[in-house]
Ligand binder design. Sequence first.
Ligand SMILES: [Zn+2]
Length: 372
Amino acid sequence: MPHLDKFAAALIVVAVVVGFLAPRDRNAETSSRANPAAGGVAHGAQASGKAAAPIPPRKPPKKRVPPFNLAKAAAAARAVKANELGQVPILMIHRVMAKPKASLDRSTKDLYDEFTGMAKQGYVPVTAAEFVAGKINIPAGKHPVVLTFDDGSITHADFDGAGNPKPDTAIAVVQRVAKENPGFRPVATFFVNRDPFYGGSKPGIETMRWLVRNGFEIANHTTNHKDLGKMSKAEVAKEIGSDEKMIEDATGKPSTTFAFPFGSLSQAHLAWAQSGSGPAKWNFQGMFLAGWKPSDSPYASSFDPRQIPRIRDKEKIKEDDCKQYCSTAWLEWLAKNPDKRYTSDGNPTTIAFPQDKMIYLYSRYKEWACPY
Ligand SMILES: [Zn+2]
């Protein structure tokens, strides 16, 4: 979308300023190498000020069916070094094309190579909605990753004459990697603005329906992609509510997640964005920023569903400190620090982790704890 190119420079300025405001990590499970002041590209921002009331309770994992043997579950978790309080990379991807034109663009080949590498490392995609709901039902020893695509670009989803995804699009890459690597789920989240997938072979409304039918998530990114931090409550409601109405009209259901366009946010703005009514009603279960680090586990006490960090999807270029804070760098870091990474025990009725990490568990999940 053209607005991205236009604001790319502004984003970086915002990111640097925001970096200095970002609070220090509260949770030792978060990366020790993280340095907020170093910034990272942002079109979301960490809010300063007093913490807002948390989003209403997330859904707990599945209920246990008796007989349940905790010692046996713990032994199984230990065998795969499960750590369901570990960090999860959430990739923020903009346009995808054979030959990138702007700094936020990603080449189709780089995306394919990155996703293939993740599949080989045992990453399994979950949608943003699944992640915030704590529905991370992936096999034992595997790691969740969330693939998010911003701004509803035609480069994400477009179709050939036979109705199949064009080979250079994001959906084609996701589906190809899933086909070549069984276990890599072909799911992703698309944060869309007005006129999504404009210029494609199908009207945007049809493309959104195709995506939902094929297991992808459509979610809210505001109608006009403006800085909400500069808006009144009524203006925020209009920006989010009108995007929500478009999504509901197309997909038949409200979106459950949201990504902030760039900008600085107060706690009041976070609260206004989270739920409300405009042309449609909404109540987001998770709100995503741009950020510069992996997310804490949704089961960790430090997890803030209103300000979930994402990582810019990019190789280790110098720009925006990508040598340390973009996806290639973080995936390398997580591979070198497996004890910090989220690893599933494959059991959706437990939250498994090494005993010494018990202090990081969000108290409302104690019933499901499976320390070992
Ligand atoms: Zn955007």
